[in-house]
Design a protein around this ligand. Sequence first.
Ligand code: AMP
Length: 249
Amino acid sequence: MKILVPVKRVVDYNVKIRVDKETNTVDLNNIKMSINPFDEIAVEEAIRIKEAGQCDEIVVVSLGPEQSKETIRNALAMGADKGIHVKTDHSPEPLLVAKILAKVCEKEDYDLIILGKQSIDDDCNQTGQMLSALLNRSLGTYASKVEIENDTVTVTREIDGGLQTIKLKKPAVLTTDLRLNEPRYASLPNIMKAKQKTIDELDPSDLGIDMTPKVSTKKVEEPPKRVGGGKVESIEELVDKLKNVSGVI
Ligand code: AMP
């Protein structure tokens, strides 16, 4: 069995982002970038499936600029076997990512594709769903537990108000939720070994994909500054303020 894990390079979750008013974009100068946390969980899950003897090869793929190779190397150091870098100036919108991933799956077939449920930069939460539709494959989103038995993948999904368990037929597309696992740290020997692992390069034009975006960003702005709160002496005063000052009730 082969598993494909798409990994995106995003602004590290600890960074407080700033808006560059001149370019009307998020300022990425001297900013720490990391693997999208949900994708790290996806890599970890693929490695656990391999360690359980249920997978022969894990391939990670990233779309983005040259630096995306660092993200791929991180995943290789965790334990993935091979990388694919699809060269683009920046990470494209979800439909284009899904179209490219579908082409990557045409070149070589994968029994499972494990994506993150969402990228923490654009918060789209779309790529996995679009990919499953393009490939016409079963889909298990927000996975918090994955069990594989022969051709069946049992996925416990985090849904509003509880957990839902579904059974999918392979080949399938899964997206990870936070509680699926706790990703391992790459050990120093594995970081060294990862340097020898192969990263194939692809160009979207080799895949015959028209990269013209359908979505454009009109404006990027910081959220309004929070104003300080105040203390009230009684419930009556609170209700009065909610009614007459803030006007929320
Ligand atoms: P999104 O739909 O943008 O929230 O992203 C959902 C998932 O799609 C991510 O967690 C990744 O697994 C995958 N993905 C999105 N963009 C990329 C990219 N540029 N390269 C590789 N994988 C990506």
